[in-house]
Design a protein around this ligand. Structure first.
Ligand code: CIR
Length: 332
């Protein structure tokens, strides 16, 4: 029988959910009806989960704090009692790749959940419809460079949907329920700004350019978010910053990164990993998580999200990219 105590599980939930905590939490339910059983279902069904838990609403983080706190501490290196430090404002940064030889594109994304709605793990079709309507009305108010078009997935989408149904971890968590209903993508006219609706979080807000101009991409996201916040209020609290479905995204919920071609460091992965670790960055394959590196193109992005400000994330990434490019140039 599937159990959160399966001996083969390596998840953080398996590590920190004692029988005692389990007994205490298993009868609790948030006001919106989210339970521990639902929160850990993904990890129970997928014994290869690294984390093994999702939240169903903002209250989950308090009601089930006895399991969320140790998991969040372990994943984010966040000390008990620590409070997230937000700091999102425009930045000025030099071009990390002035010769335009290495960085192919730059992308910064954040996750947001609309206050007053359950998270995507715990949404009925009716609630999802209401959420979609609320967000689409807000998108229609976006000004100038951010104005664009929303396309629902269950309508005909030329060229395919901009995101796929979630993986088996998300599926077991309930994130895929009623897919593709009430899912969709919004593209600003210039395509530099886009939003995914009802993927893992209510909104994934993305700024992207085929350039190395990290500051421009970051600042564009900052402005777009500011415009969106005129009509939407997002779930957050003082301790964890922005509240997200998966605890790995808490805090800034920000992933800032580049696609970078590193022909020499591709053959000196030890050195590349050393620099990446020094700047607390994450190295992924060309297509993102769990993909291969193709034609020496790596995805390099920040690892830290909680307990660090947005400005600090982008500045550290910038310094890390300069160090990586310097090493690539000097690599024998
Ligand atoms: C796990 O526990 O391994 C999965 N639920 C994925 C955790 C990483 N989170 C994410 O990609 N948002």
């Amino acid at each position: 029988m599937l159990s959160p105590f399966d001996e083969t599980s390596q998840s953080l939930v398996k590590k920190y959910l004692s029988q005692e905590i389990y007994q205490r939490l298993k009868t609790r339910s948030t006001v919106a009806g989210f339970t521990l059983e639902k929160a850990i279902r993904s990890g129970v069904e997928n014994v290869d989960s690294a984390i093994g838990i999702y939240a169903g609403d903002p209250q989950s983080y308090q009601l089930f704090s006895e399991i969320f706190v140790p998991v969040i501490r372990a994943y984010h290196g966040f000390a008990q009692g620590d409070v997230h430090c937000a700091g999102f404002s425009p930045v000025t940064l030099s071009d990390p790749d002035p010769e335009k030889k290495y960085i192919l594109s730059t992308r910064v994304r954040v996750a947001r959940n609309v206050e007053g709605f359950n998270f995507t793990t715990h949404l009925s079709l009716q609630e999802r419809q209401k959420l979609e309507k609320t967000v689409v009305a807000a998108l229609a108010l976006l000004p100038g460079p951010f104005s664009g078009e929303y396309t629902a997935f269950d309508g005909a989408v030329a060229g395919g949907n901009i995101f796929n149904k979630g993986d088996r971890f998300q599926d077991a968590a309930g994130i895929n329920s009623d897919f593709p209903k009430c899912r969709g993508g919004f593209y600003a006219k210039d395509k530099r700004f886009r939003i995914w609706l009802n993927e893992e979080d209510h909104l994934r807000i993305i700024s992207q350019e085929t350039s190395a101009d990290l500051a421009a991409v970051f600042n564009h996201l900052y402005s777009g978010l500011g415009a969106l916040e005129k009509s939407l209020t997002f779930a957050r609290n003082k301790r964890y910053g922005h509240l997200t479905t998966c605890p790995t995204n808490l805090g800034t919920s920000m992933r800032a990164g580049v696609h970078i071609r590193l022909k020499k460091l591709n053959n000196n992965r030890t050195l590349l990993h050393k620099i990446v670790d020094e700047y607390q960055l994450q190295l992924r394959g060309t297509g993102g998580e769990n993909t291969e590196v193709e034609a020496a193109v790596f995805d390099v992005s920040n690892k830290q999200r909680l307990g660090i400000s947005e400005v600090a994330i982008v500045s550290k990434l910038h310094r890390g990219l300069e160090a990586i490019i310097e090493a690539e140039k000097n690599c024998g």
